[in-house]
Write a protein that binds this ligand. Sequence first.
Ligand code: ADP
Length: 162
Amino acid sequence: MKIGVYPGSFDPVTNGHLDIIQRSAKIFDKLIVGVLNNNHKKPMFTIDERVMLLEKLTNDMDNVIVDTFSGLLVDFVESYNANVIIRGFRAVSDFEYEIQLAQTNYNLNDNIETIFLVTRNEYSFLSSSIVKEVARYKGDISNMVPPLIADYLYNKFNEQEV
Ligand code: ADP
């Protein structure tokens, strides 16, 4: 059985992430979406919220599992008996960080390979931070995230204003 792990912060999940999830789910028998529980990054969404939203949005994908991790990614990957990490690749700006991460993980465990799926044109400049920035000023994010995420984001910013 081919198992792939797609890790990220998903704060929140965007259409770009969902596209990578859908495409990876076709390549692997089982896809584990690993949500990073890392407080250094000061996420806007709690780990429970990020998992709940991802689970709802992948509900119809039978071979996709959403889980969390907080230690080394390679340990999380090994815990599923997987040996492939999937990352999304947007623009040249992703290159330096992604290559560093992939090489570090390879040095930690050379049985685990990192593969990259190139984003679709329309998601090239889409990131969780851009979505949050636009939503903060009540801009239109309907082509960036599913309606569930858009509603959740606008509500969060409204709560913060009160
Ligand atoms: P991280 O904090 O690990 O960078 P993210 O949640 O921002 O987590 O992203 C997880 C992965 O998804 C990364 O490999 C990132 O490059 C990729 N990704 C993010 N946005 C997009 C997008 N619009 N299209 C394709 N891949 C993306």
